[in-house]
Design a protein around this ligand. Structure first.
Ligand SMILES: O=c1ccn([C@@H]2O[C@H](COP(=O)(O)OP(=O)(O)O[C@H]3OC[C@@H](O)[C@H](O)[C@H]3O)[C@@H](O)[C@H]2O)c(=O)[nH]1
Length: 336
């Protein structure tokens, strides 16, 4: 392919070196030599002073235009290389936050989960991303299993109040629709009657897993169902968290300490649990749920939280719940 025709501009000798028409050649050379001392000869560059800047500028301009025309791709690659090496060297200037390296992330969260009391998620320390005025953060999609129960329904209130969307998954074994009836008209609220022992597929960002009968009266009613809910239900919800990349929280219980030999229990205490007692379906069920949660974290990198909830009480708790606080209140009310 013929190359585009370009004129190669010959360098014309500067006038000081060009022959003067009047004097003969020999005489001209002799004059020139007289003018130039040895010192000037060493210092004198090949071009005359008055033409050097102009001539050099035109030379560099023609060189630059030639290179740009003929080697454009080379320059693009060079620019890309320079930019990427700059942002690699100065990540803080990069347009997007640099995520923690997987090892740094695992180290931070794993060690903290062992002592949940001090657990603070690693990016919690990062400066919160500032959003321009008027730009709202995208609402999270949250599933709450057992969300029609006592603790779960209050959690649903909180999550909706912060502007996120909630899907409640509940089989209404102990939960009540009245606990969440005030949200039924909310477009950011959905209620699914489903038993977590069976898998469910939902595109969500966070999973709060509370589905399990909490009162001894209820969990002893069908102990095999209770341990299935704790094991299979937790397995299904962890599998969903891994599949959709959701953050997972397990509501565990003080019962994982069993009949503790240490008072008060620190979170690092392993407990003293009877594996074959009438309460083991709940105690061991929750311990297995915690084991599964940590194994999905260590093995599959699922982001997890474990909250060991002790005796709770408050609105929406059933008077005949059968737990200690509701028992005290019931006895006072019945003057028994
Ligand atoms: O198999 C089941 C069992 C129970 N559930 C639901 O799970 C919910 C449990 O709510 P409950 O009021 O009985 O219990 P709470 O809300 O007090 O405790 C709940 O949160 C704290 C955790 O430690 C408990 O394990 C959990 O049950 C109910 O709505 C119940 O219907 C299921 O969805 N599936």
């Amino acid at each position: 392919v013929p190359r585009p025709h370009h004129t190669c501009r010959l360098l014309s000798p500067p006038p000081s070196l060009s022959p003067t028409p009047s004097a003969p050649a020999g005489e001209r050379i002799r004059r020139r030599r007289r003018r130039l001392t040895m010192k000037q000869l060493h210092r004198q560059p090949s071009l005359s002073k008055q033409h050097r800047p102009h001539h050099r500028a035109s030379l560099s301009r023609s060189l630059a235009s030639y290179l740009l025309r003929e080697h454009r791709l080379l320059f693009v690659l060079l620019g890309f290389l320079l930019a990427s090496s700059f942002f690699l060297l100065y990540p803080a200037l990069a347009p997007h936050p640099i995520s923690l390296s997987s090892s740094a992330y695992a180290a931070t969260t794993t060690s903290a989960i062992r002592n949940p009391r001090v657990f603070s998620f690693s990016t919690a320390n990062a400066s919160p991303r500032r959003l321009p005025v008027g730009v709202r953060k995208k609402p999270l999609r949250v599933v709450v299993t057992g969300g029609a129960g006592f603790v779960g329904s209050h959690l649903v209130d909180k999550v909706l109040a912060r502007g996120d969307s909630v899907i409640v998954v509940d089989n209404f074994f102990t939960g009540r629709k009245e606990n969440v009836a005030h949200h039924l008209a909310n477009p950011r609220f959905e209620l699914i009657r489903h038993d977590v022992v069976e898998p469910i597929l939902l595109e969500v960002d966070q999973i709060y897993h509370l589905a399990c009968p909490a009162s001894p009266v209820h969990y002893k009613f069908n102990p095999i169902k209770t341990i299935k809910t704790n094991v299979m239900g937790t397995l299904n919800m962890l599998g969903l968290a891994k599949r959709v990349g959701a953050r997972f929280l397990l509501t565990s219980t003080s019962e994982v300490y069993g009949d503790p030999l240490e008072h008060p229990q620190k979170e690092s205490y392993w407990g003293h649990v009877n594996p074959i007692g009438v309460r083991s379906c709940y105690d061991e069920g929750k311990r297995t749920a915690e084991t599964l949660t940590m194994d999905y974290h260590r093995g599959a990198g699922v982001e997890v939280r474990i909250a060991r909830i002790f005796n709770t009480y408050g609105p929406r708790m059933c008077l005949d719940d059968g737990r200690v606080v509701s028992n005290f209140v019931a006895q006072v009310c019945l003057n028994s």
